[in-house]
Design a protein. Structure first.
Length: 453
């Protein structure tokens, strides 16, 4: 017998989740960190499905693990994500270099290229799922987080850029968020490669003239990716960044016309925005329109949604050249915002809580509850299990805590007469009526109407 076996009585060590990776739990499970509960999560998904349907976007799923090369080639070698945030590993079975996806666009483009999906024309797509980035965990920033990702592939015109932005607005409205108040829109244009090149040269000249004022991170970026200096979150760097040459000043006629057309559409639908000439995004693949939806309520994790046009990516990943535009929305951040604002969330409580004292024949009770469920009611049965049914007092306590509108009380005397008591728990609490068990289907409909009211 090994020592380990002989100490079997010793309590096993509790295993915990990987740092920065969270469980999404029902609200009834107490937890210390502030995170959205699963009811909020489901409500969000329902809203997303409705909005995506309204705009004619189709759902797809791609693998969570992709070849590392996909992200190195897709996002750019000197981006923050590729340089220091990816979970990459070697498959011990065959030596393949793999990465847990840090974002969804590269995988979707890979999939569409692989299946020649654009052969029959442009595509509008969306997906939801976990993303992985090795960042310092804090409120609104995790190592596993979730995104809604929306992509339109094969469309060149500015109308689709505007469509992306308007879909996000439709989602805010569906969730009760007010644009301009809870979330604000910022837009910019990154132009085309030639324009960015001219701007980049001017930028390097400018920062070289002020090299002593740059922090260490920015000095490194000056050598590798000077545009990313503009993205610095160091307050000491802000005055210098303010004075730097702006990309918008380097845009040619076509790029400006595209940007103006996006703005004209936003104006036409009365959506307010701020042109932020400093807005750059973390991936190298963007061109022309970029945008972010930001909030003041989440501290430095204020971007809930970001996206833009990436006309070169499909070709860069081996596909036939085609333009594209998309956005990613951080679900945890958005739900934290909803929680923070205490916006009303649809009720997920049961309609009916069944109180079942000891001695009542359970099969007959279950049969009644099945009839109620068949009528569309949400029914929670107080299941006794090994320890028996529990006192009436404790059952009523549970019924109240469940948030149910009605208690169904299977009292033994009433049951013997073929009846059950329906008792109101919320509106007009206390009112009760007897209902015949042999006509459950008949009164189930009425109960359903009352529950929906
Ligand atoms: P940030 O500047 O906050 O790091 P980002 O530019 O890296 O964001 P994107 O790559 O554009 O973010 O991802 C789209 C959205 O996903 C972000 O706007 C944000 O809401 C969310 N997001 C990004 N990284 C995280 C993370 N580590 N944890 C939670 N949400 C995240
Ligand atoms: Mg980031």
């Amino acid at each position: 017998m090994t020592t380990e076996n002989s100490t079997a009585a010793k309590k096993a060590e509790k295993l915990v989740a990987v740092k920065g990776m969270n469980d999404i739990l029902p609200a009834s499970v107490p937890r210390t960190e502030k995170l959205p509960d699963s009811a909020l999560w489901q409500w969000f998904e329902t809203a997303v499905r409705a909005v995506m349907g309204r705009y004619g976007y189709q759902y797809l799923l791609t693998p969570i693990v992709e070849p590392t090369a996909l992200f190195v080639r897709g996002l750019g070698e000197v981006t923050d994500i590729v340089e220091k945030e990816m979970y990459s590993f070697v498959d011990s079975m065959n030596g393949d270099r793999l990465t847990l996806r840090p974002e969804a666009t590269a995988g979707i483009v890979r999939a569409m290229n692989e299946h020649n999906a654009l052969y029959n024309g442009p595509l509008r797509l969306w997906t939801v799922g976990p993303m992985f980035r090795h960042e310092r965990p804090q409120k609104g920033r995790y190592r596993q987080f979730h995104q809604l990702d929306v992509e339109a592939l094969g469309f060149a015109g500015p109308d689709v850029d505007a469509e992306m932005i308007l879909m996000a607005r439709a989602l805010w409205r569906e969730l009760g968020l007010v644009e301009g108040e809870h979330v604000r829109l910022e837009i910019n244009s990154l132009g085309q490669a030639g324009e960015r090149h001219a701007h980049r040269e001017a930028l390097v000249r400018y920062f070289q003239q002020h090299v002593a004022a740059l922090d260490a991170d920015s000095q490194r970026r000056l050598q590798t990716n000077p545009l990313r200096i503009l993205d610095s979150k160091n307050p000491a760097m802000q005055p210098l960044i303010e004075g730097a040459p702006k990309l918008l000043e380097f845009l040619g006629e076509e790029s400006l016309a595209h940007f103006d057309a996006v703005r004209a559409t936003l104006d036409a639908v009365g959506l307010a925005y701020r042109v932020n000439p400093r807005l750059v995004r973390g991936m190298d693949y963007y061109n022309l329109t970029v945008f972010e939806w930001v909030t003041e309520q989440l501290g430095s994790q204020g971007t809930v949604c970001g996206g833009g046009r990436y006309d070169g990516l499909i070709e860069q990943l081996g596909g036939k050249p085609a333009p594209a535009v998309g956005f990613g929305l951080g679900i945890e951040r958005l739900l934290l915002l909803l929680q923070e604002l205490k916006l009303p969330v649809p009720d997920s409580a049961p309609d009916v809580y069944a109180i079942v004292p000891a001695g009542v024949p359970l099969p007959a009770v279950v049969a009644t509850l099945e009839t109620l469920r068949g009528a569309g009611l949400r029914v929670l049965q107080h299941a006794g299990g090994r320890d028996g049914a529990g006192s009436m007092k404790s059952q009523f306590k549970r019924a109240d805590a469940s948030g149910a509108r009605f208690a169904l009380v299977f009292g033994p005397d009433e049951f013997a007469q073929g009846m059950v008591t329906v008792k109101a728990l919320r509106d007009g609490a206390g009112a009760q009526e007897l209902r015949p068990l042999d006509a459950t289907a008949a009164w189930a409909g009425a109960l359903k109407l009352q529950s929906a009211a």
